[in-house]
Design a binder for this molecule. Structure first.
Ligand SMILES: NC(=O)c1ccc[n+]([C@@H]2O[C@H](COP(=O)([O-])OP(=O)(O)OC[C@H]3O[C@@H](n4cnc5c(N)ncnc54)[C@H](OP(=O)(O)O)[C@@H]3O)[C@@H](O)[C@H]2O)c1
Length: 169
């Protein structure tokens, strides 16, 4: 099993699409918040996945879990009254949307294998990422990750869920 858990939320320079710090291209590229975030949360997950895929293909029941966030759900974003819509963090949230795209595309690519690929949201956990203000202990959040990592052969692939069930893409 592979759990793509590593992720960052860059405290400086994130914001709404109109203001998020992209970085500038002059003679050299200055890496901005958006790129730094995508580097870890998307490219990192993809790179690690590509490296581990040969090993996962040799497993009887390969499982890939992308640790995403409801903040990356476009369905949640565009539903009326969504409280997350006010969060000025385009870099972080869109990185999770893209991670979800990896889940969907990889699940389709691997559909004929025994490997299952899913995104999960672990909920709002008190970790370093948010300075410990999360609502629950990380051990609680880990439960849904473990569930996705230990799905049996009848379990889903190409889905996005949290402790309460399906999360819209
Ligand atoms: N906390 C929440 O409420 C929440 C909610 C939804 C989703 N998530 C997601 O859950 C995952 C875990 O986050 P967390 O809350 O546990 O945050 P965290 O305490 O800040 O942990 C982040 C982890 O990612 C690793 N990491 C960061 N950059 C890396 C890099 N370039 N290479 C390798 N490892 C790197 C860190 O390793 P080092 O310690 O060695 O730097 C650390 O183990 C993330 O994907 C996050 O987006 C968190």
């Amino acid at each position: 099993m592979l759990v793509n858990n590593a992720g960052i939320a860059v405290p400086d320079g994130d914001g709404r699409p109109s203001t998020v710090e992209i970085g500038t291209i002059q003679r050299t590229v200055e890496v901005g918040t958006l790129q730094r975030t995508l580097d870890v949360n998307v490219y990192g997950a993809l790179r690690v996945t590509q490296v581990f895929l040969p090993l996962l293909r040799r497993a009887d029941a390969g499982r890939i879990v992308n640790v995403s966030s409801t903040l990356g759900s476009l369905g949640a974003l565009t539903s009326p009254g969504n409280p997350f819509a006010e969060i000025p963090a385009f870099a972080y949230t869109s990185s999770k949307t893209l991670l979800n795209a990896l889940t969907g595309w990889l699940a389709v690519e691997l559909a004929s294998t025994s490997i299952k690929v899913n995104s999960v949201c672990p909920g709002h956990n008190a970790t370093d990422m948010n300075g410990g203000v999360g609502a629950q202990h990380p051990a609680e959040g880990a439960r849904v990750v473990v569930r996705a990592a230990t799905l049996d052969a009848d379990g889903p692939t190409g889905t996005f869920f949290d402790v309460n069930g399906t999360v819209p893409w």
